[in-house]
Design a binder for this molecule. Sequence first.
Ligand SMILES: [Zn+2]
Length: 60
Amino acid sequence: MKKQKKKEINKIEKCVICESETDYFFNTPVSERRCYVEGVGQLCEKCYCHFFIKKKKDGI
Ligand SMILES: [Zn+2]
């Protein structure tokens, strides 16, 4: 029905690494997202911390 169509438009972005659902929808502007990496995509907070913040720490 019509409700299902609406749901498809507001798809939730999934983490590109672990595929868990993020807090953002497909139509959320990149500028309003956290944990979004250019050239990679949307990550969940866990993966973002693991792959990007941890690396920074190791560099210090
Ligand atoms: Zn993830």
